[in-house]
Design a protein around this ligand. Structure first.
Ligand code: PMV
Length: 331
């Protein structure tokens, strides 16, 4: 409910998260409910800053992404849920800036919808709890539910038809087990097949899809245990397995879904070699060609040096683990 005189505008910052146990597939596309639970780490080096300003004078929502007008359809759909809660249909101007490549498999939609929901909640004076913020962020993008929280985050697929139990929760604070992440950017083009379309195609045609859904719960338990025990080797094994299993689904879809390029594969092998040589590092790859190498903090420099030396790697970004989405001062 709206209380007092709520501010009409607010700005929030959110960071992308990277799934170690992957979300792929929806149990309800309309409500955006995941078919499997997932587990992620929130980064600290990449930021999405979103300003939402509501104004009775606006006839439609407008969306400016990195300085250019962008399609507001998904943003409007997400804001409509919050407007309904606030009992208003006032339109908004949304201005979003990413300090990293957009839509190239660096989880910009995750940080984007998390920042949008946190900023809109503040601007409308709703005062939603993190669990509810996570739920509304999920309506925008499944992985966004996780960027509401920092550190290690678990996202439940939920069992309810209405999806009210499909929310994320914090598992472990970012400082409780500092890990490093080295992102090898191998392409800055937008991915050819978006995640919603890719998930739909995989569920419809990959013969491995049922096995993927059936085995997800055990993967999550294994990852959660490894995190609680600070067992890096255990987390490496289950994370790489979940990543390859997700991409394996796509390879077996008809037509096949291949997000990797040859540099992706070269990075994957380089990480395997580093680990064979004793460096604590593992890889994960989302719906794009970038490789994310997760390591213990002391290995960051070695991992970054190795990945930057690979032909085809355009840029290497290093990060630690960071905080969840939050309201910040307007610039
Ligand atoms: O949140 P979406 O709809 O962009 O889907 C994210 C899917 C992956 O990034 C590939 C996996 C994940 O769990 O983040």
């Amino acid at each position: 409910m709206m209380t007092g005189n709520p501010p009409r505008q607010a700005t929030a910052v959110a960071q992308p998260n990277i799934a170690l146990v992957k979300y792929w597939g929806k149990r309800n596309e309309k409500l955006n409910l995941p078919a499997v639970s997932s587990l992620s780490i929130t980064l600290d080096a990449l930021h999405t800053r979103t300003r939402v300003g509501f104004d009775e004078a606006f006839e439609t929502d407008s969306f400016l992404l990195n300085g250019s007008p962008a399609d507001a359809t998904r943003v409007t759909a997400c804001l409509d849920h919050l407007r309904a809660l606030a009992g208003t249909d006032v339109r908004a101007a949304i201005v979003t800036e990413n300090d990293y490549p957009t839509a190239a498999g660096l989880a910009s939609s995750a940080a984007g919808f998390a920042a949008l929901v946190v900023a809109a909640d503040a601007a409308l004076g709703l005062g939603l709890l993190p669990r509810a913020l996570s739920l509304y962020a999920r309506r925008g993008s499944g992985s966004a539910a996780r960027s509401i929280f920092g550190g290690f985050v678990e996202m439940a697929r939920g069992e309810r038809e209405d999806g009210n139990d499909a929310v994320a929760r914090a598992l472990l604070d970012a400082h409780a087990w500092p890990l490093g992440v080295v992102i090898a950017v191998t392409s800055t083009s937008a991915k050819p097949v978006g995640s919603t379309e890719g998930m739909r195609a995989t569920a419809a045609s990959s013969p491995f899809y049922a096995a993927w859904v059936d085995s997800a719960r055990a993967d999550l338990t294994q990852a959660r245990r490894a995190i609680m025990a600070r067992d890096f080797g255990g987390l490496a094994a289950i994370s790489e397995h979940s990543c390859l299993k997700m991409h394996g689904l796509g390879f077996a879809a008809r037509p096949p879904l291949i997000y990797w390029n040859e540099t992706t594969m070269a990075c994957l092998h380089a990480v395997r070699e580093l680990r064979a040589g004793g460096t604590p590092v593992f890889y994960t790859i989302d719906a794009g060609p970038q490789v994310k190498a997760v390591c213990l903090p002391e290995a960051i420099e070695d991992v970054a040096a190795t990945l930057s030396g690979i032909s085809g790697v355009l840029q290497v970004i290093t990060s630690g683990l960071g905080a969840g989405a939050r309201v910040v001062e307007d610039l």
